[in-house]
Write a protein that binds this ligand. Structure first.
Ligand code: GRF
Length: 204
């Protein structure tokens, strides 16, 4: 079987990228991370890619005259690497409809909340402030909206009275590291079927 090629977009420490890489390597999955792209030159995720011997590059917004040419650069790099699935793993920018439409059902994102609650930035902080007793994370397809595409997997965690932003974020992160790699695997196995908003997971 030929390897499925994925591209990972990151902005920061890259622990989700690492979790995807670890699952691929530990389970010897027929998946290749063909490129890691960061929108920040000093993202720790790039160091992780370097250490793992994975092609990586920084594509920084301020080096481009506008959002369209910045996204064009990302798109070209992904296509050059032969990427079939784009994985947003802590990528802190909103991709335009134009970009998203070029990758139909081929971009997935991890969001640290149980969508559709707490879209956007600092979802964990929003959850704490709202006072929910159950928080969690979601892997979803990316559409032209913000954190609004069809949901692939979710995982819930309790919120305790003593929780701070950091303790809650850490508890959610553990779940992110499980469901993002699992969703990548399911996508690469061709087991996700999207009907309107519902994503059905075919049995093996
Ligand atoms: C994660 O919580 C992700 O859900 C959020 O940003 C964080 C990225 O963490 N959007 P990392 O870079 O994968 O460690």
């Amino acid at each position: 079987m030929t390897n499925k090629k994925i591209g990972v977009l990151v902005s920061g420490r890259g622990s989700n990228f690492q979790a995807v890489l670890d699952k691929i390597r530990n389970e010897k999955l027929p998946i290749e991370i063909a490129v890691v792209i960061s929108d920040s030159a000093d993202a720790y995720a790039l160091k992780r890619a370097e250490q793992a011997g994975i092609p990586h590059t920084a594509i920084v917004r301020h080096d481009y005259r506008d959002k369209a040419s910045f996204e064009e650069a990302i798109d070209s790099r992904l296509r050059e690497a032969g990427v079939e699935l784009v994985v947003l793993a802590g990528f802190m920018r909103i991709l335009s409809a134009d970009f998203v439409n070029r990758w139909p059902q081929a971009i997935i994102n991890i969001h640290p909340a149980l969508l559709p609650a707490f879209k956007g930035l600092d979802a964990q902080g929003q959850a704490l402030k709202y006072g929910v007793k159950i928080a969690g994370c979601t892997v979803h397809f990316v559409d032209a909206g913000m954190d609004s595409g069809p949901i692939i997997l979710q995982s819930a965690v309790p919120v305790y009275d003593e929780d701070t932003h950091d303790t809650l974020a850490a508890r959610i992160l553990v779940q992110e590291h499980t469901i993002l790699p699992e969703a990548v695997k399911l996508w690469c196995e061709g087991r996700l079927e999207v009907r309107d908003r519902r994503v059905k997971i075919r049995k093996e």
